[in-house]
Structures are given as structure tokens and as C-alpha cells.
Design a protein around this ligand. Structure first.
Ligand code: ZN
Length: 293
């Protein structure tokens, strides 16, 4: 059996896993993201001595993904202390001596969903995760979305009604961008307690659904995805997904007469088919791509 390694390198935690070409996870480890030196050493130790054919890394970012750039594989302007300029690629390539596929954490998850999850058979779709941060990736025309860098869908601007929500937002770069208003840390800063301790009928969740629906509607109008996959801890809140679906329909207001949307919103805005394993299994998919690249 050929083995592949995958790393979901998140800003809060790293998930390292080993799997086969069917995307089955055989072994995995999760640990908190601390300093770059400590965290990457722990990941390297997990894979050391394992007979891998290739490794895939889905990393938080922003990250330089242009293969012809001198900074290829490096984290760029992250607000995460100590991580700017961290090389996410070469330490693994050099120490493990295998091909390494690298992309954003959300593009990796999107690839996993495309291969084994909720986006099978589609060529244009979005994967958005709502948790410690908000990030989005996906495919356009059958290819993972890249470009000048890569999409940063969490930092789009959404209308902010200061009378309804006088909270200024937590994004260190933009204040009240979507991530600034609707990420887990935004919920905690606005209400003074972590989202986990807010009851399901708290007004926090209607406001949260409102912002997420604005973000999703913008993505639907901009990218014309065939499906939108919504993952991350905040989407696990009871009733959040149905609320977002209803508000997206209300915002679009009948403008897009697409049967997939107006007749089957439950099949259009969906949870990840791979659940919480989308990130690490997506990284396995990146590894498989690197092995055959
Ligand atoms: Zn922002």
C-alpha cells in the first residue's frame, strides 16, 4: 500500500495524518500551533521514518503559492505572531525527501471535498470555513483557485449597520471585514463570552447568520459556484446552516433563477462531506497530486 502524508496547518492547531490513495486516514495527531520552530519540528517528528510517497500541506496564510517566486512556500503577512516569512515547504521537502504539495488550508479542504466529499463531480464551487478565522477557497473550471496570490474570501467587506451592531470588528487589517465581524474571536469580543457559552436562541446567532449570508451571497454573485460548502466550528452551532440558507435566498431575492439555488437550497449550501476531516484529508489529496505531478 502506498502511503501519503497530510498536514492541515491551521493558525490554532496542526493536524498531521497518514493515509492511502483512497483518502482513508490511517493515523493522525493533533497539536496546538505554537512557535514556528516548535510546531514544524513536531510535525517533522511525526512523519520521520514513515515510508511516504509524498506529503501535502494545507496551510493558513496568506502564503506565497507562486512557484516562480523567491518566497514560494512562505507565509506572508499573517497577523499570527512569529509566523511571517515562515517557510512551510522546504523544511519538509529537505528532511523527508519526498515531493510536497502545498496550498492554502481552504483550497486543500476544497480539493478533499472534490475528490471524496460534497463537491464530487463539480468544477466550480466554494469551500468557506468559519471558525477562529474565516477563509475560503475552491475550484473554478476544475482548477483550485489561485491568481496573484490566492483568494482571501474571509476579508471581503460586508454592509455593517452600526445602529444594529455597534461592534467595530477584530480584524487587525480591516476592522469590520467579514472575518472581523463574524469569526469566532469576533463573536467572543462582541458578546464578552465565547460563542460556545451563548444559548441557541441568543441574538448573536441571527446576527452571525446575517453576516455569513452576506458573505455567501457575494461569493455566489461573484464566482457563480455550483455549490457552497460551509465548514468550521461556528457552522456547528444548532440552526446556523438553515438560517444562512434562508438569508441567502432572501438577499438574492429571486435574481438568480437557477434551479440548484431556488429549488434546492439545502443541496446548494451544504456542510463538508468529510466533516472535520476535510482539511487533513484534503492535504492527503494534495500529496497524491504531488506524487503524480
Ligand atoms: Zn480583514
Amino acid at each position: 500500500m502506498t502511503l501519503y502524508g497530510g498536514i492541515e496547518a491551521g493558525g490554532t492547531k496542526f493536524v498531521c495524518g497518514i493515509g492511502d490513495e483512497s483518502g482513508r486516514l490511517l493515523e493522525s495527531i493533533t497539536f496546538p500551533t505554537t512557535t514556528p520552530g516548535q510546531t514544524l519540528a513536531r510535525a517533522l517528528a511525526f512523519f520521520a521514518g514513515k515510508p511516504l510517497a509524498a506529503l501535502g500541506i494545507g496551510t493558513f496564510g496568506p502564503v506565497d503559492l507562486r512557484p516562480d517566486s523567491p518566497a514560494y512556500g512562505r507565509i506572508t503577512s499573517t497577523p499570527k505572531p512569529g509566523w511571517a516569512n515562515t517557510d512551510m515547504l522546504r523544511p519538509f521537502r529537505e528532511r523527508l525527501g519526498v515531493p510536497v504539495g502545498l496550498d492554502t488550508d481552504v483550497n486543500a479542504a476544497a480539493l478533499g471535498e472534490h475528490r471524496w466529499g460534497a463537491a464530487q463531480g463539480l468544477d466550480t464551487f466554494v469551500y468557506l470555513t468559519v471558525g477562529t478565522g474565516i477563509g475560503g477557497g475552491g475550484m473554478a473550471g476544475g482548477r483550485l483557485m489561485h491568481g496573484a496570490l490566492h483568494p482571501e474570501m474571509g476579508h471581503v467587506r460586508v454592509p455593517h449597520d452600526w445602529a444594529r451592531d455597534p461592534f467595530a470588528g477584530v480584524c487587525p487589517y480591516h476592522g469590520d471585514c467579514l472575518e472581523g465581524l463574524a469569526s469566532g474571536p469576533a463573536i467572543e469580543a462582541r458578546w464578552g463570552v465565547p460563542g460556545e457559552s451563548l444559548p441557541a436562541d441568543h441574538p448573536a446567532w441571527e446576527l452571525e447568520a446575517h453576516y455569513l449570508a452576506l458573505g455567501v451571497a457575494n461569493l455566489v454573485l461573484t464566482l457563480s459556484p455550483q455549490r457552497v460548502i460551509l465548514g468550521g466550528g461556528v457552522m456547528g452551532v444548532a440552526g446556523m446552516l438553515p438560517r444562512v440558507r434562508a438569508l441567502v435566498l432572501a438577499l438574492l431575492n429571486g435574481y438568480l433563477q437557477i434551479a440548484a439555488i431556488v429549488e434546492d437550497i439545502e443541496g446548494y449550501i451544504v456542510p463538508p462531506g468529510l466533516g472535520t476531516q476535510a482539511g487533513v484529508r484534503g492535504a492527503l489529496a494534495l500529496a497524491i497530486g504531488a506524487a503524480f505531478g
